[in-house]
Design a protein around this ligand. Structure first.
Ligand code: NAD
Length: 347
């Protein structure tokens, strides 16, 4: 992952509070980062439903301009209106800034769950596969939508770029093994090319990083039977989307899962979860995933010590102080939990 050259002093960054619980958890995250002394100087912008309300577009030009300038963004969850012809603003952001690598670490946060001590990283290709949106209907008789078709894309160039990213990330973070996940037995060309490129790239890292491969269905089962066998997983867009939520389930739910979208010219950090409209405005949302995304953002700009302090403080509040929100089997409000983090950071 490219680390920008600014290692001291303030760093301009775009902040998108988002929809639903987004503004509540963003407020919590900003307060915690302030107590930590994080370097970010926020340029607050809108997207999602908030973007439609303020600028008539889920991805307003001002938001794109801001990220183009700062090359760094922390984003709350965005609601995608069903119908109305709007494409997901999150997907559009990934395309606009060619954020080709989606990095989703899965680390157990809470003791006593079904799976403890999980610490793996999923690297998902973010721009190709079945998410390119090449879909259409074919009419049969008087049914205009009798057949639905989708085309997936794998390019050698993009496969090389994402698989190299996974190996470089493994090297930089002291990881030992990369597992290439595919479905080359059925989608022989689409994911066969990904596997072929993966095996070629693996040769460049022989003796430094081990490599194996798994068919996606077998990988899903193995993740549940023995997740500890995995270290870094690299896979295509759709498989990565599904497996990353499976991994979130292993480590305690969506409230624990952060994600980073990394490109050559920008990086965008977010929680994996959505805008949780069912609990919005109740003051009970869990800001942990967005806080962990902010920790990844600190890593990205070279503030590794602050990132580790933030992760350590979250661990201490959850496991030593036992202060947790309801989705983490606790009773704390967003505010109680945030104050507990700030108390520890200021102690
Ligand atoms: P969701 O992740 O918003 O919610 C799923 C369940 O998890 C809900 O019960 C919710 O209350 C709970 N939950 C999620 N985050 C939580 C948190 N931080 N604290 C406590 N509980 C939490 O998924 P959904 O309901 O399928 O989607 C709602 C909206 O979010 C949709 O419009 C969807 O398009 C959007 N979405 C956005 C993103 C993104 O911006 N990256 C990701 C996924 C979904």
């Amino acid at each position: 992952m490219a680390i920008p050259p600014h290692n001291s002093g303030p760093i301009a960054a775009t902040l998108i509070p988002g929809d639903g619980i987004g503004p509540e958890i963003t407020e919590a995250v900003v307060a915690v980062l302030e107590a930590l002394g994080a370097p970010f100087q926020w340029d607050v912008q809108q997207a999602g439903l908030a973007g439609i309300t303020s600028g008539g577009d889920p991805l307003p030009a001002a938001t794109l301009e801001s990220i183009g300038r700062t090359q760094l963004a922390l984003k709350g969850p965005l609601s995608t209106p069903l119908g109305g012809g709007y494409r997901s603003a999150t997907v559009r952001l990934r395309e606009a800034f060619q954020l080709y690598a989606n990095l989703r670490p899965g680390r157990s946060l809470l003791p006593g769950g079904r799976f403890e001590n999980i610490d793996l990283i999923l690297v998902r290709e973010n721009l190709e596969g079945f998410y390119v949106g090449f879909e259409h209907h074919v009419a049969v008789g008087d049914d205009p939508r009798a057949v639905a078709m989708a085309t997936g894309i794998t390019t050698r160039r993009e496969a090389q770029r994402i698989i190299r990213f996974a190996f470089e990330h493994a090297l930089a973070h002291g990881r030992k093994k990369v597992t290439i996940v595919h479905k080359a037995n059925v989608l022989k060309l689409l994911t066969g090319l990904f596997l072929e490129v993966g095996r070629e790239v693996a040769k460049e890292y022989e003796g430094r990083i081990a490599c194996d491969d798994r068919i996606v269905d077998a990988c899903a089962m193995q993740l549940v039977l023995n997740p500890w066998q995995f270290d870094v997983i690299v896979t295509t867009n759709l498989f990565g989307d599904i497996l990353s939520d499976l991994i979130a389930g292993l480590i305690g739910g969506l409230g624990a899962a952060p994600g980073a979208n990394i490109g050559e010219k920008a990086a965008l950090f977010e929680a994996v979860h959505g805008s949780a409209p069912d609990i919005a405005g109740q003051g009970i949302a869990n800001p942990t995933a967005m806080l962990l995304a902010a920790a990844m953002m600190l890593d990205h700009v070279g503030r590794v010590e602050q990132a580790e302090r933030l992760r350590g403080t979250i661990d201490a509040v959850l496991t030593s102080d036992n202060i947790r929100t309801r989705d983490f089997r606790g009773t704390a409000s967003t505010r109680d939990y945030t104050q507990a983090l700030i108390r520890r950071l200021k102690a």
